[in-house]
Design a protein around this ligand. Structure first.
Ligand SMILES: Cc1cc2nc3c(=O)[nH]c(=O)nc-3n(C[C@H](O)[C@H](O)[C@H](O)COP(=O)(O)OP(=O)(O)OC[C@H]3O[C@@H](n4cnc5c(N)ncnc54)[C@H](O)[C@@H]3O)c2cc1C
Length: 482
Protein backbone atom coordinates (compact mmCIF):
# COMPACT_ATOMS: atom_id res chain seq x y z
CA UNK A 1 0.00 0.00 0.00
CA UNK A 2 1.43 3.45 -0.93
CA UNK A 3 1.76 6.12 1.81
CA UNK A 4 -0.97 8.19 0.06
CA UNK A 5 -3.27 5.20 0.18
CA UNK A 6 -2.37 4.59 3.82
CA UNK A 7 -3.32 8.17 4.70
CA UNK A 8 -6.59 7.86 2.78
CA UNK A 9 -7.48 4.64 4.60
CA UNK A 10 -6.61 6.17 7.96
CA UNK A 11 -8.91 9.14 7.31
CA UNK A 12 -11.78 6.87 6.28
CA UNK A 13 -11.23 4.74 9.38
CA UNK A 14 -11.50 7.86 11.48
CA UNK A 15 -14.79 8.66 9.76
CA UNK A 16 -16.47 5.21 10.00
CA UNK A 17 -14.36 3.14 12.38
CA UNK A 18 -11.65 0.63 11.39
CA UNK A 19 -14.08 -2.28 11.08
CA UNK A 20 -15.85 -0.44 8.22
CA UNK A 21 -12.84 0.05 5.94
CA UNK A 22 -11.00 -2.52 3.80
CA UNK A 23 -7.77 -1.96 1.91
CA UNK A 24 -4.68 -3.84 0.74
CA UNK A 25 -4.17 -6.52 -1.91
CA UNK A 26 -7.10 -8.78 -0.92
CA UNK A 27 -9.62 -5.91 -1.03
CA UNK A 28 -8.13 -4.63 -4.29
CA UNK A 29 -8.50 -8.06 -5.86
CA UNK A 30 -12.01 -8.70 -4.54
CA UNK A 31 -13.41 -5.33 -5.64
CA UNK A 32 -11.58 -4.69 -8.92
CA UNK A 33 -14.45 -5.88 -11.15
CA UNK A 34 -18.01 -7.15 -11.12
CA UNK A 35 -19.25 -10.24 -13.00
CA UNK A 36 -17.97 -8.67 -16.24
CA UNK A 37 -14.41 -9.73 -15.56
CA UNK A 38 -12.84 -8.47 -18.78
CA UNK A 39 -12.21 -4.95 -17.40
CA UNK A 40 -10.61 -4.41 -13.99
CA UNK A 41 -9.48 -1.44 -11.91
CA UNK A 42 -8.34 -1.46 -8.28
CA UNK A 43 -9.99 0.66 -5.59
CA UNK A 44 -7.84 2.55 -3.07
CA UNK A 45 -10.22 1.54 -0.28
CA UNK A 46 -13.59 -0.10 0.29
CA UNK A 47 -16.02 1.24 2.91
CA UNK A 48 -18.93 -0.62 4.52
CA UNK A 49 -21.33 2.01 5.91
CA UNK A 50 -24.39 1.03 7.96
CA UNK A 51 -26.55 4.15 7.54
CA UNK A 52 -27.51 6.89 5.10
CA UNK A 53 -25.63 9.40 7.27
CA UNK A 54 -22.44 7.35 7.01
CA UNK A 55 -22.79 7.17 3.21
CA UNK A 56 -23.28 10.95 3.10
CA UNK A 57 -20.18 11.43 5.28
CA UNK A 58 -18.10 9.31 2.88
CA UNK A 59 -19.40 11.17 -0.20
CA UNK A 60 -18.64 14.54 1.42
CA UNK A 61 -15.18 13.32 2.38
CA UNK A 62 -14.55 12.14 -1.22
CA UNK A 63 -15.63 15.57 -2.49
CA UNK A 64 -13.29 17.33 -0.08
CA UNK A 65 -10.32 15.20 -1.25
CA UNK A 66 -11.32 15.01 -4.94
CA UNK A 67 -11.49 11.20 -4.71
CA UNK A 68 -13.81 9.27 -7.07
CA UNK A 69 -16.26 6.79 -5.56
CA UNK A 70 -18.46 3.97 -6.83
CA UNK A 71 -21.43 2.31 -5.15
CA UNK A 72 -21.45 -1.48 -5.11
CA UNK A 73 -24.10 -3.99 -4.13
CA UNK A 74 -23.35 -7.68 -4.66
CA UNK A 75 -21.08 -7.12 -7.68
CA UNK A 76 -23.15 -9.37 -9.94
CA UNK A 77 -23.47 -6.65 -12.59
CA UNK A 78 -22.59 -7.78 -16.09
CA UNK A 79 -21.36 -4.55 -17.70
CA UNK A 80 -18.66 -3.30 -15.34
CA UNK A 81 -20.96 -0.83 -13.53
CA UNK A 82 -19.41 -1.39 -10.10
CA UNK A 83 -15.85 -1.23 -11.48
CA UNK A 84 -13.99 1.60 -9.70
CA UNK A 85 -12.91 2.94 -13.08
CA UNK A 86 -10.61 5.68 -11.80
CA UNK A 87 -9.78 3.94 -8.51
CA UNK A 88 -10.85 5.75 -5.33
CA UNK A 89 -13.43 4.49 -2.85
CA UNK A 90 -15.89 1.65 -3.34
CA UNK A 91 -18.99 2.24 -1.21
CA UNK A 92 -20.28 -1.26 -0.48
CA UNK A 93 -23.91 -1.57 0.64
CA UNK A 94 -23.28 -4.97 2.23
CA UNK A 95 -24.18 -3.71 5.72
CA UNK A 96 -27.12 -1.58 4.55
CA UNK A 97 -29.23 -4.69 4.48
CA UNK A 98 -32.20 -4.11 6.80
CA UNK A 99 -35.91 -4.26 6.03
CA UNK A 100 -37.14 -1.07 7.73
CA UNK A 101 -40.92 -1.23 7.43
CA UNK A 102 -43.55 -3.59 6.02
CA UNK A 103 -46.84 -1.92 5.09
CA UNK A 104 -49.21 -4.77 4.26
CA UNK A 105 -52.31 -2.56 3.98
CA UNK A 106 -50.67 -0.47 1.27
CA UNK A 107 -48.75 -3.40 -0.27
CA UNK A 108 -45.29 -1.87 -0.03
CA UNK A 109 -42.14 -2.08 2.05
CA UNK A 110 -39.15 0.09 2.90
CA UNK A 111 -35.70 -1.52 2.77
CA UNK A 112 -32.08 -0.43 2.81
CA UNK A 113 -30.46 -0.67 -0.58
CA UNK A 114 -28.10 -3.52 0.30
CA UNK A 115 -31.01 -5.88 1.07
CA UNK A 116 -30.86 -8.93 -1.17
CA UNK A 117 -33.68 -9.13 -3.75
CA UNK A 118 -34.91 -12.56 -2.60
CA UNK A 119 -35.17 -11.36 1.01
CA UNK A 120 -37.77 -8.75 0.04
CA UNK A 121 -40.12 -11.50 -1.10
CA UNK A 122 -39.28 -13.86 1.75
CA UNK A 123 -40.26 -11.39 4.47
CA UNK A 124 -43.71 -10.74 2.99
CA UNK A 125 -44.55 -14.29 1.87
CA UNK A 126 -46.66 -14.86 5.04
CA UNK A 127 -48.91 -12.02 3.82
CA UNK A 128 -49.35 -13.58 0.37
CA UNK A 129 -47.22 -10.86 -1.25
CA UNK A 130 -43.93 -10.67 -3.12
CA UNK A 131 -41.54 -8.28 -4.91
CA UNK A 132 -42.06 -9.15 -8.57
CA UNK A 133 -38.71 -8.23 -10.26
CA UNK A 134 -36.75 -11.49 -10.13
CA UNK A 135 -33.34 -11.28 -11.82
CA UNK A 136 -31.78 -14.72 -12.04
CA UNK A 137 -29.16 -13.40 -9.60
CA UNK A 138 -31.89 -12.72 -7.03
CA UNK A 139 -30.42 -14.87 -4.27
CA UNK A 140 -27.47 -12.45 -4.04
CA UNK A 141 -28.08 -9.24 -6.03
CA UNK A 142 -29.24 -6.24 -4.03
CA UNK A 143 -32.16 -3.85 -4.21
CA UNK A 144 -29.73 -0.96 -4.89
CA UNK A 145 -28.07 -2.86 -7.74
CA UNK A 146 -31.49 -3.81 -9.16
CA UNK A 147 -32.55 -0.16 -9.00
CA UNK A 148 -29.34 1.11 -10.60
CA UNK A 149 -29.58 -1.39 -13.47
CA UNK A 150 -33.39 -1.35 -13.73
CA UNK A 151 -33.10 -5.12 -13.48
CA UNK A 152 -35.41 -7.49 -15.28
CA UNK A 153 -35.89 -11.21 -14.81
CA UNK A 154 -37.86 -14.21 -16.07
CA UNK A 155 -41.19 -12.87 -14.74
CA UNK A 156 -40.77 -9.26 -15.84
CA UNK A 157 -42.34 -10.26 -19.19
CA UNK A 158 -45.72 -10.09 -17.44
CA UNK A 159 -44.98 -8.03 -14.32
CA UNK A 160 -42.65 -5.32 -15.63
CA UNK A 161 -39.06 -4.41 -14.77
CA UNK A 162 -37.74 -2.81 -11.58
CA UNK A 163 -38.79 0.76 -12.43
CA UNK A 164 -42.43 -0.31 -12.34
CA UNK A 165 -41.99 -1.51 -8.75
CA UNK A 166 -40.08 1.34 -7.09
CA UNK A 167 -42.18 3.95 -5.34
CA UNK A 168 -39.46 6.14 -3.85
CA UNK A 169 -35.81 6.31 -2.87
CA UNK A 170 -33.57 7.97 -0.32
CA UNK A 171 -30.37 8.96 -2.07
CA UNK A 172 -27.11 10.64 -1.19
CA UNK A 173 -26.55 13.10 -3.99
CA UNK A 174 -23.04 13.66 -5.34
CA UNK A 175 -23.05 16.96 -3.40
CA UNK A 176 -23.34 14.89 -0.19
CA UNK A 177 -26.94 16.01 0.46
CA UNK A 178 -29.53 13.40 1.44
CA UNK A 179 -32.70 13.63 -0.66
CA UNK A 180 -36.03 11.80 -0.82
CA UNK A 181 -37.59 11.13 -4.21
CA UNK A 182 -41.11 9.71 -4.29
CA UNK A 183 -42.27 7.76 -1.24
CA UNK A 184 -44.78 5.27 0.05
CA UNK A 185 -47.58 6.52 -2.17
CA UNK A 186 -47.32 5.91 -5.92
CA UNK A 187 -47.51 8.50 -8.68
CA UNK A 188 -46.79 11.86 -7.05
CA UNK A 189 -47.06 15.03 -9.15
CA UNK A 190 -44.15 16.70 -10.96
CA UNK A 191 -41.24 15.25 -12.90
CA UNK A 192 -40.50 11.56 -12.41
CA UNK A 193 -37.04 11.71 -10.82
CA UNK A 194 -37.46 8.22 -9.37
CA UNK A 195 -37.76 6.99 -12.97
CA UNK A 196 -34.49 8.75 -13.78
CA UNK A 197 -32.60 7.30 -10.83
CA UNK A 198 -33.85 3.78 -11.61
CA UNK A 199 -31.54 2.70 -14.44
CA UNK A 200 -29.09 5.53 -13.65
CA UNK A 201 -26.35 2.90 -13.05
CA UNK A 202 -25.19 4.57 -9.86
CA UNK A 203 -24.10 7.73 -11.70
CA UNK A 204 -26.73 10.01 -10.11
CA UNK A 205 -25.96 9.29 -6.46
CA UNK A 206 -25.93 6.47 -3.91
CA UNK A 207 -29.35 5.04 -3.10
CA UNK A 208 -29.54 4.05 0.56
CA UNK A 209 -33.21 3.15 1.05
CA UNK A 210 -36.20 2.45 -1.19
CA UNK A 211 -39.95 1.97 -0.96
CA UNK A 212 -40.91 -0.95 -3.17
CA UNK A 213 -44.29 -2.06 -4.42
CA UNK A 214 -45.51 -5.55 -3.46
CA UNK A 215 -47.92 -7.64 -5.49
CA UNK A 216 -50.00 -10.72 -4.61
CA UNK A 217 -48.39 -14.12 -5.09
CA UNK A 218 -50.27 -15.76 -8.01
CA UNK A 219 -52.94 -18.13 -6.79
CA UNK A 220 -52.66 -20.41 -9.82
CA UNK A 221 -49.49 -21.35 -11.71
CA UNK A 222 -48.71 -23.82 -14.50
CA UNK A 223 -45.16 -24.49 -15.67
CA UNK A 224 -44.14 -26.32 -18.83
CA UNK A 225 -40.77 -27.39 -20.17
CA UNK A 226 -40.94 -27.90 -23.92
CA UNK A 227 -38.23 -29.66 -25.98
CA UNK A 228 -37.50 -28.91 -29.62
CA UNK A 229 -35.12 -30.60 -32.00
CA UNK A 230 -33.99 -27.27 -33.49
CA UNK A 231 -33.39 -23.82 -32.02
CA UNK A 232 -35.42 -22.34 -34.86
CA UNK A 233 -38.53 -24.26 -33.82
CA UNK A 234 -38.16 -22.84 -30.31
CA UNK A 235 -37.57 -19.24 -31.43
CA UNK A 236 -40.46 -19.47 -33.90
CA UNK A 237 -42.70 -20.72 -31.07
CA UNK A 238 -41.76 -17.69 -28.96
CA UNK A 239 -42.69 -15.31 -31.77
CA UNK A 240 -45.94 -17.22 -32.40
CA UNK A 241 -46.96 -17.37 -28.71
CA UNK A 242 -46.57 -13.61 -28.34
CA UNK A 243 -48.49 -13.10 -31.61
CA UNK A 244 -51.53 -14.93 -30.11
CA UNK A 245 -51.86 -12.15 -27.54
CA UNK A 246 -51.25 -14.51 -24.61
CA UNK A 247 -48.46 -13.17 -22.41
CA UNK A 248 -47.06 -15.93 -20.21
CA UNK A 249 -45.54 -14.92 -16.88
CA UNK A 250 -42.20 -16.32 -18.10
CA UNK A 251 -40.99 -17.45 -21.52
CA UNK A 252 -37.32 -18.45 -21.39
CA UNK A 253 -35.12 -20.23 -23.93
CA UNK A 254 -32.09 -22.46 -23.36
CA UNK A 255 -30.02 -24.04 -26.11
CA UNK A 256 -27.88 -27.17 -26.36
CA UNK A 257 -24.79 -25.40 -24.93
CA UNK A 258 -26.64 -24.70 -21.69
CA UNK A 259 -28.21 -28.16 -21.59
CA UNK A 260 -24.80 -29.80 -21.94
CA UNK A 261 -23.50 -27.83 -18.96
CA UNK A 262 -26.62 -28.49 -16.86
CA UNK A 263 -26.68 -32.21 -17.72
CA UNK A 264 -23.05 -32.55 -16.68
CA UNK A 265 -23.44 -30.55 -13.48
CA UNK A 266 -26.77 -31.88 -12.23
CA UNK A 267 -27.13 -35.21 -14.05
CA UNK A 268 -30.44 -34.13 -15.58
CA UNK A 269 -31.47 -35.66 -18.89
CA UNK A 270 -33.76 -34.13 -21.45
CA UNK A 271 -35.76 -35.83 -24.22
CA UNK A 272 -33.44 -37.46 -26.82
CA UNK A 273 -32.74 -35.11 -29.72
CA UNK A 274 -33.42 -31.93 -27.70
CA UNK A 275 -31.51 -28.95 -29.11
CA UNK A 276 -33.50 -26.23 -27.37
CA UNK A 277 -35.88 -25.90 -24.43
CA UNK A 278 -38.59 -23.37 -23.70
CA UNK A 279 -39.54 -22.85 -20.07
CA UNK A 280 -43.05 -21.43 -20.09
CA UNK A 281 -44.99 -20.36 -17.02
CA UNK A 282 -48.56 -19.06 -16.98
CA UNK A 283 -50.11 -17.65 -13.82
CA UNK A 284 -53.05 -15.70 -12.48
CA UNK A 285 -53.95 -14.00 -9.22
CA UNK A 286 -57.64 -13.58 -10.00
CA UNK A 287 -59.58 -14.83 -7.03
CA UNK A 288 -62.19 -16.49 -9.25
CA UNK A 289 -61.43 -18.92 -12.02
CA UNK A 290 -57.67 -18.40 -11.68
CA UNK A 291 -56.88 -22.01 -12.56
CA UNK A 292 -59.21 -22.16 -15.55
CA UNK A 293 -57.65 -18.95 -16.95
CA UNK A 294 -54.17 -20.44 -16.56
CA UNK A 295 -55.24 -23.73 -18.14
CA UNK A 296 -56.71 -21.88 -21.11
CA UNK A 297 -53.46 -19.92 -21.60
CA UNK A 298 -51.36 -23.05 -21.32
CA UNK A 299 -53.58 -24.87 -23.85
CA UNK A 300 -52.94 -22.07 -26.35
CA UNK A 301 -49.19 -22.15 -25.68
CA UNK A 302 -49.17 -25.92 -26.07
CA UNK A 303 -50.98 -25.76 -29.38
CA UNK A 304 -48.38 -23.30 -30.76
CA UNK A 305 -45.46 -25.45 -29.58
CA UNK A 306 -46.94 -28.62 -31.08
CA UNK A 307 -47.55 -26.82 -34.36
CA UNK A 308 -43.85 -25.89 -34.39
CA UNK A 309 -42.74 -29.49 -33.88
CA UNK A 310 -42.22 -29.80 -30.08
CA UNK A 311 -40.87 -33.28 -29.30
CA UNK A 312 -41.68 -33.31 -25.59
CA UNK A 313 -43.90 -31.21 -23.31
CA UNK A 314 -43.62 -31.71 -19.55
CA UNK A 315 -46.06 -29.92 -17.27
CA UNK A 316 -45.18 -29.70 -13.58
CA UNK A 317 -47.62 -31.58 -11.36
CA UNK A 318 -46.56 -29.85 -8.13
CA UNK A 319 -44.11 -27.30 -6.68
CA UNK A 320 -41.28 -29.84 -6.43
CA UNK A 321 -41.59 -30.71 -10.11
CA UNK A 322 -41.88 -27.02 -10.99
CA UNK A 323 -38.56 -26.34 -9.23
CA UNK A 324 -37.01 -29.24 -11.18
CA UNK A 325 -38.23 -27.85 -14.52
CA UNK A 326 -36.69 -24.48 -13.62
CA UNK A 327 -33.26 -26.03 -12.91
CA UNK A 328 -31.73 -25.45 -16.35
CA UNK A 329 -32.87 -21.83 -16.34
CA UNK A 330 -31.87 -20.98 -12.78
CA UNK A 331 -28.59 -22.88 -12.67
CA UNK A 332 -27.56 -22.70 -16.32
CA UNK A 333 -24.99 -19.88 -16.01
CA UNK A 334 -23.49 -21.40 -12.86
CA UNK A 335 -23.16 -24.75 -14.63
CA UNK A 336 -21.26 -23.00 -17.45
CA UNK A 337 -18.50 -22.38 -14.90
CA UNK A 338 -17.53 -26.06 -15.33
CA UNK A 339 -16.95 -25.61 -19.06
CA UNK A 340 -14.47 -22.70 -19.11
CA UNK A 341 -12.72 -20.34 -16.66
CA UNK A 342 -14.42 -17.16 -17.94
CA UNK A 343 -17.88 -16.23 -19.17
CA UNK A 344 -19.14 -12.99 -20.68
CA UNK A 345 -22.92 -12.83 -20.80
CA UNK A 346 -23.97 -10.37 -23.47
CA UNK A 347 -27.24 -8.53 -23.42
CA UNK A 348 -29.11 -7.10 -26.39
CA UNK A 349 -32.71 -6.71 -27.46
CA UNK A 350 -34.45 -7.41 -30.73
CA UNK A 351 -38.10 -7.45 -31.80
CA UNK A 352 -39.34 -10.95 -30.92
CA UNK A 353 -40.29 -11.70 -34.51
CA UNK A 354 -36.56 -11.46 -35.39
CA UNK A 355 -35.46 -14.10 -32.86
CA UNK A 356 -35.05 -16.94 -35.38
CA UNK A 357 -32.69 -15.03 -37.69
CA UNK A 358 -30.87 -13.40 -34.75
CA UNK A 359 -30.01 -16.71 -33.10
CA UNK A 360 -28.66 -18.01 -36.43
CA UNK A 361 -26.47 -14.90 -36.53
CA UNK A 362 -25.20 -15.45 -32.96
CA UNK A 363 -24.01 -18.99 -33.82
CA UNK A 364 -22.42 -17.78 -37.06
CA UNK A 365 -20.51 -14.98 -35.27
CA UNK A 366 -19.29 -17.33 -32.55
CA UNK A 367 -18.04 -19.72 -35.21
CA UNK A 368 -16.25 -16.99 -37.16
CA UNK A 369 -14.53 -15.67 -34.02
CA UNK A 370 -13.82 -19.21 -32.77
CA UNK A 371 -15.40 -18.71 -29.36
CA UNK A 372 -17.79 -21.02 -27.56
CA UNK A 373 -21.33 -19.75 -27.11
CA UNK A 374 -24.38 -20.95 -25.22
CA UNK A 375 -27.72 -19.15 -24.98
CA UNK A 376 -30.24 -18.82 -22.18
CA UNK A 377 -32.41 -15.79 -22.20
CA UNK A 378 -35.67 -13.96 -21.64
CA UNK A 379 -37.00 -14.94 -25.07
CA UNK A 380 -40.47 -13.53 -24.47
CA UNK A 381 -38.95 -10.06 -24.07
CA UNK A 382 -36.69 -10.49 -27.11
CA UNK A 383 -33.84 -10.06 -24.62
CA UNK A 384 -30.85 -12.09 -25.82
CA UNK A 385 -28.05 -13.34 -23.55
CA UNK A 386 -25.37 -15.09 -25.59
CA UNK A 387 -22.89 -16.49 -23.02
CA UNK A 388 -19.39 -16.65 -24.47
CA UNK A 389 -17.13 -19.05 -22.62
CA UNK A 390 -13.37 -18.66 -22.88
CA UNK A 391 -10.13 -18.16 -20.96
CA UNK A 392 -9.51 -14.51 -20.09
CA UNK A 393 -5.82 -15.19 -19.48
CA UNK A 394 -5.42 -15.41 -23.27
CA UNK A 395 -5.53 -11.90 -24.86
CA UNK A 396 -6.53 -13.34 -28.25
CA UNK A 397 -9.62 -14.96 -26.74
CA UNK A 398 -10.55 -11.74 -24.93
CA UNK A 399 -10.29 -9.85 -28.22
CA UNK A 400 -12.42 -12.41 -30.00
CA UNK A 401 -15.13 -12.28 -27.32
CA UNK A 402 -15.28 -8.47 -27.27
CA UNK A 403 -15.42 -8.27 -31.06
CA UNK A 404 -18.04 -11.01 -31.37
CA UNK A 405 -20.17 -9.29 -28.73
CA UNK A 406 -19.98 -5.96 -30.53
CA UNK A 407 -21.06 -7.55 -33.81
CA UNK A 408 -24.07 -9.06 -32.10
CA UNK A 409 -25.09 -5.76 -30.53
CA UNK A 410 -24.68 -3.95 -33.86
CA UNK A 411 -27.00 -6.50 -35.47
CA UNK A 412 -29.54 -6.03 -32.65
CA UNK A 413 -29.63 -2.33 -33.48
CA UNK A 414 -29.88 -2.99 -37.23
CA UNK A 415 -32.90 -5.20 -36.53
CA UNK A 416 -34.60 -2.40 -34.62
CA UNK A 417 -33.56 -3.49 -31.12
CA UNK A 418 -31.42 -2.06 -28.35
CA UNK A 419 -27.84 -2.06 -27.10
CA UNK A 420 -28.96 -3.49 -23.76
CA UNK A 421 -32.06 -5.05 -22.25
CA UNK A 422 -31.25 -5.19 -18.55
CA UNK A 423 -27.51 -5.36 -17.84
CA UNK A 424 -26.85 -1.66 -18.45
CA UNK A 425 -24.09 0.15 -20.29
CA UNK A 426 -21.44 0.27 -17.56
CA UNK A 427 -18.04 0.42 -19.21
CA UNK A 428 -18.75 -2.53 -21.49
CA UNK A 429 -21.12 -0.82 -23.93
CA UNK A 430 -20.06 2.79 -23.58
CA UNK A 431 -18.64 2.97 -27.11
CA UNK A 432 -21.83 1.46 -28.54
CA UNK A 433 -24.11 4.20 -27.20
CA UNK A 434 -23.51 6.33 -30.28
CA UNK A 435 -24.88 3.52 -32.47
CA UNK A 436 -28.24 4.05 -30.87
CA UNK A 437 -28.28 7.71 -29.91
CA UNK A 438 -27.50 10.87 -31.86
CA UNK A 439 -25.09 13.48 -30.48
CA UNK A 440 -28.13 15.56 -29.48
CA UNK A 441 -29.66 12.60 -27.62
CA UNK A 442 -26.42 11.99 -25.76
CA UNK A 443 -26.13 15.69 -24.91
CA UNK A 444 -29.64 15.62 -23.47
CA UNK A 445 -28.74 12.59 -21.36
CA UNK A 446 -25.61 14.38 -20.14
CA UNK A 447 -27.79 17.38 -19.20
CA UNK A 448 -30.13 15.09 -17.25
CA UNK A 449 -27.15 13.58 -15.43
CA UNK A 450 -25.91 17.05 -14.49
CA UNK A 451 -29.16 17.73 -12.60
CA UNK A 452 -27.82 15.39 -9.91
CA UNK A 453 -24.17 14.89 -10.74
CA UNK A 454 -22.30 17.90 -12.03
CA UNK A 455 -18.84 16.60 -11.16
CA UNK A 456 -16.66 13.69 -12.20
CA UNK A 457 -16.42 11.83 -8.90
CA UNK A 458 -19.65 9.77 -8.66
CA UNK A 459 -19.12 6.51 -10.57
CA UNK A 460 -17.07 8.08 -13.37
CA UNK A 461 -16.62 6.64 -16.87
CA UNK A 462 -20.01 4.87 -16.97
CA UNK A 463 -22.98 5.11 -19.36
CA UNK A 464 -22.04 8.23 -21.34
CA UNK A 465 -19.06 8.12 -23.73
CA UNK A 466 -16.09 10.51 -23.85
CA UNK A 467 -16.05 11.60 -20.23
CA UNK A 468 -13.13 13.58 -18.90
CA UNK A 469 -10.16 11.40 -17.77
CA UNK A 470 -11.83 8.19 -18.94
CA UNK A 471 -10.72 7.65 -22.51
CA UNK A 472 -7.03 7.45 -21.59
CA UNK A 473 -7.78 4.98 -18.77
CA UNK A 474 -9.84 2.63 -20.87
CA UNK A 475 -6.88 0.59 -22.13
CA UNK A 476 -5.62 0.10 -18.61
CA UNK A 477 -8.83 -1.64 -17.48
CA UNK A 478 -8.09 -4.55 -19.79
CA UNK A 479 -4.72 -4.90 -17.99
CA UNK A 480 -2.41 -7.65 -19.09
CA UNK A 481 -5.13 -9.46 -20.98
CA UNK A 482 -5.51 -6.70 -23.55
C1 LIG B 1 -25.86 -15.39 -12.87
C2 LIG B 1 -26.39 -14.00 -13.13
C3 LIG B 1 -27.71 -13.87 -13.53
C4 LIG B 1 -28.22 -12.59 -13.78
N1 LIG B 1 -29.51 -12.47 -14.16
C5 LIG B 1 -30.04 -11.25 -14.38
C6 LIG B 1 -31.41 -11.11 -14.77
O1 LIG B 1 -32.15 -12.09 -14.93
N2 LIG B 1 -31.87 -9.85 -14.98
C7 LIG B 1 -31.08 -8.75 -14.81
O2 LIG B 1 -31.56 -7.62 -15.01
N3 LIG B 1 -29.79 -8.86 -14.44
C8 LIG B 1 -29.24 -10.07 -14.21
N4 LIG B 1 -27.94 -10.17 -13.83
C9 LIG B 1 -27.11 -8.96 -13.67
C10 LIG B 1 -27.07 -8.39 -12.23
O3 LIG B 1 -27.34 -9.41 -11.29
C11 LIG B 1 -28.07 -7.25 -12.07
O4 LIG B 1 -27.67 -6.15 -12.87
C12 LIG B 1 -28.23 -6.78 -10.62
O5 LIG B 1 -29.25 -5.80 -10.59
C13 LIG B 1 -26.96 -6.18 -10.03
O6 LIG B 1 -27.13 -6.07 -8.64
P1 LIG B 1 -25.85 -6.00 -7.67
O7 LIG B 1 -26.34 -5.81 -6.29
O8 LIG B 1 -24.97 -7.18 -7.89
O9 LIG B 1 -25.17 -4.67 -8.20
P2 LIG B 1 -23.64 -4.37 -8.52
O10 LIG B 1 -23.13 -5.28 -9.58
O11 LIG B 1 -22.88 -4.30 -7.27
O12 LIG B 1 -23.78 -2.91 -9.13
C14 LIG B 1 -24.45 -2.71 -10.33
C15 LIG B 1 -24.57 -1.20 -10.59
O13 LIG B 1 -25.39 -0.63 -9.60
C16 LIG B 1 -24.73 0.43 -8.94
N5 LIG B 1 -25.20 0.38 -7.55
C17 LIG B 1 -25.19 -0.69 -6.72
N6 LIG B 1 -25.76 -0.33 -5.56
C18 LIG B 1 -26.12 0.96 -5.67
C19 LIG B 1 -26.74 1.89 -4.79
N7 LIG B 1 -27.11 1.55 -3.57
N8 LIG B 1 -26.93 3.15 -5.23
C20 LIG B 1 -26.57 3.51 -6.47
N9 LIG B 1 -25.97 2.68 -7.34
C21 LIG B 1 -25.76 1.43 -6.94
C22 LIG B 1 -23.25 0.14 -9.13
O14 LIG B 1 -22.49 1.34 -9.05
C23 LIG B 1 -23.25 -0.45 -10.52
O15 LIG B 1 -23.26 0.58 -11.47
C24 LIG B 1 -27.39 -11.44 -13.59
C25 LIG B 1 -26.07 -11.60 -13.17
C26 LIG B 1 -25.57 -12.87 -12.94
C27 LIG B 1 -24.14 -12.99 -12.47
Amino acid sequence: MSSGQGALTAELEKLLGPEAVLSGPAAERAYDCDAYTVDRSKPSAVVLPRSTDQVAAVVRWCNSRNVPYTARGAGTGLSGGALPALGGVVISTKRLNRILEIDVANQCLLAQSGAVNRKLSEVVRPYGLHFAPDPSSQTVSTLGGNIAENAGGPHTLKYGVTVQHILGVTMVEPSGEIIQLGGRVPGGPGYDFVGLVVGGEGTLGVVTEAWVKLVPIPSAVMTALVSFSTVRQATQSVADIIATGTIPAALELMDRGILNAVSQAFKINYAPGTEALLLIECDSDHSHEAMSRVEAEMAEVREVCERNGAIDIRIAADDAERAQLWTARKKGVGAMGRIAPSIVTHDGVIPRSKLPEMLDFVYQVAKEHQVGVANLFHAGDGNLHPCFYFDDRDPAQVHAVVEAGERIIRRCIELGGSVTGEHGIGVEKIDLMSLMFSIEDLRLQADAKRVFNDGDLCNPCKVLPNQKSCVEHKKRWRGTAW
